[in-house]
Write a new protein. Structure first.
Length: 126
């Protein structure tokens, strides 16, 4: 069942150190250290996961432990029992009761780039 509907899975006994990139939905239930980038996909951090990484995805669902910044072009969900230590930048954020969050939140229309504020020095638009 590891590839059902294009879903990739990192099991709870797997440890990854480095960079994880891809274009399919990913469930992490093990340990990841480094960066995870899934630009057009959904990232799920399972209840057994321990992640020390910066996360970037279209949508992020967190059920386990994350220490790192999260950037989503869509929605970030912190479910009950999750523990997040880091900044969140997304279009939408949902936090359930009993979720632990320590960091800053930036809910913007353009969550992908930090320099997305309009430039008022010129009259042109791109």
């Amino acid at each position: 069942m590891a590839t059902e509907n294009g879903l990739a899975r990192v099991g709870k006994t797997i440890v990854i150190r480095g960079e994880v990139r891809g274009n399919e939905d990913l469930v992490i239930d093990g340990r990841v250290e480094g960066t995870v980038s899934l630009s057009e996909s959904r990232l799920t951090i399972g209840p057994n996961a321990s992640v020390a990484a910066d996360l970037s995805a279209k949508d992020v669902l967190i059920l386990g432990h994350v220490k790192g910044n999260i950037v989503a072009s869509g929605r970030v969900e912190l479910r009950a029992g999750s523990h997040v230590e880091g900044d969140v930048r997304a279009l939408r954020l949902a936090v359930e009761d009993n979720a632990v969050f320590r960091g800053k939140v930036d809910l913007t229309q353009a969550a992908k780039s930090p320099e997305s504020a309009p430039d008022t020095s010129t009259g042109s638009t791109a």
